[in-house]
Ligand binder design. Structure first.
Ligand code: ACM
Length: 264
C-alpha cells in the first residue's frame, strides 16, 4: 500500500500558543497526506525558565486548542498528525505528543527520557511506549526527541508492531539524525524525525536547534533529510508493509533472533 507521509520542520515562537497554532494551520491547511509528523513542543517553544511558563502553555490532550485545531485539520484533509504539546493532566505537566486521526480519535505519548532542564519542568512520562493505529490502520509508534539515545525505546515500539516510528524532536546535540538510521536498521522500521530549527532564548538561556528533519526507510535509507535552517513541509510515499519483514538475510530476523537470555 502506498502511504503518503510528511515531516514538518518548524520554528515555534516561544510562549505563543495562538501564534504557533495559526502558523501550523496555514502551513498544513491545503496539504493532504496520510500521516504528517511535527516537532516536539511545537505549540510552546522549548526553553522554560519558570514553572508558570509551562503552566501557561499546558492543555488537556482531549479538550485543548491543539486537539481542536488538529481534529479540524485531520477531518478536513483526511490526514493523521503527530504533534508535540505541553500536556496538563490533573495539574501535572508532561512533554507529550498526540496522534490525531481523521475520525477524531486522539492517542497520547508522554516523554519518558527527559533531556537536560526538562527534568525541572516536566513529570516523567507514565504511559509507556505504545503503538497506535493511524489512518488506513498503519501502526505508528510514538517517541520524543531524547528517547532516541535509548535504543530500548525504538526496540519496544518495534516489538509492539510499529511500522513507522513518529519522532517529534527539538534536537540540540549532534548525533540523533545519524543514530536514527541505526534505529531504523536494527528494528527494520520507518522513522520520521521532525525537528525544529532556529535559535531560542529565554532570559540568559539560549539553545540552537539542529534542523535536518528526516524520513528513513525500514532498510536504513535516508529518503529525505531537510536543511538545517528552513521551515519546510516535505511529503513522500512509503510502503509501511515493508516494515513487517524483519529479515536482513534469509537466516536472520532482527526481532525473532534476539538472544534475550544474554541481555540485561
Ligand atoms: C531533547 O530531548 N529535546 C533533546
Amino acid at each position: 500500500m502506498k502511504y503518503k507521509v510528511g515531516v514538518c520542520q518548524f520554528k515555534p515562537k516561544l510562549l505563543d500558543l495562538e501564534f504557533n497554532l495559526k502558523k501550523m494551520e496555514n502551513i498544513l491547511s491545503d496539504v493532504e497526506a496520510d500521516l504528517i509528523v511535527l516537532p516536539e513542543l511545537v505549540t510552546s517553544g522549548y526553553i522554560f525558565c519558570e514553572k508558570k511558563e509551562v503552566q501557561s502553555m499546558a492543555e488537556k490532550a482531549e479538550e485543548g486548542p491543539t486537539s481542536k485545531l488538529f481534529r479540524k485539520l485531520s477531518k478536513k484533509n483526511n490526514t493523521s498528525y503527530v504533534v508535540g504539546f505541553v500536556e496538563d493532566a490533573n495539574n501535572k505537566f508532561y512533554n507529550s505528543a498526540m496522534l490525531v486521526n481523521p475520525d477524531g480519535e486522539i492517542f497520547v505519548y508522554r516523554k519518558i527520557q527527559l533531556f537536560f532542564e526538562e527534568k525541572f519542568f516536566f513529570e516523567y512520562g507514565d504511559l509507556g511506549f505504545n503503538v497506535f493505529k493511524a489512518k488506513k490502520g498503519v501502526r505508528v509508534g510514538l517517541m520524543i526527541c531524547f528517547d532516541w539515545i535509548y535504543p530500548e525505546a525504538a526496540r519496544t515500539l518495534a516489538l509492539k508492531g510499529a511500522q513507522i516510528i513518529a519522532h517529534p524532536a527539538n534536537l540540540v546535540l549532534p548525533w540523533c539524525q545519524q543514530a536514527m538510521i541505526t534505529r531504523s536498521v536494527e528494528n527494520q522500521v520507518y522513522t520520521i524525525t521532525a525537528n525544529r530549527i532556529g535559535k531560542e532564548t529565554n532570559k540568559d538561556k539560549e539553545l540552537t536547534f539542529t534542523g535536518h528533519s528526516q524520513i528513513v526507510s525500514s532498510k536504513g535509507k535516508i529518503i529525505k533529510r531537510l536543511s538545517e535552517n528552513e521551515e519546510t513541509l516535505f511529503v513522500t510515499e512509503i510502503e509501511p508493509e515493508l516494515a513487517d519483514d524483519k529479515k536482513v538475510t534469509i537466516h536472520n530476523d532482527v526481532l525473532k533472533d534476539r538472544m534475550t537470555e544474554y541481555y540485561l
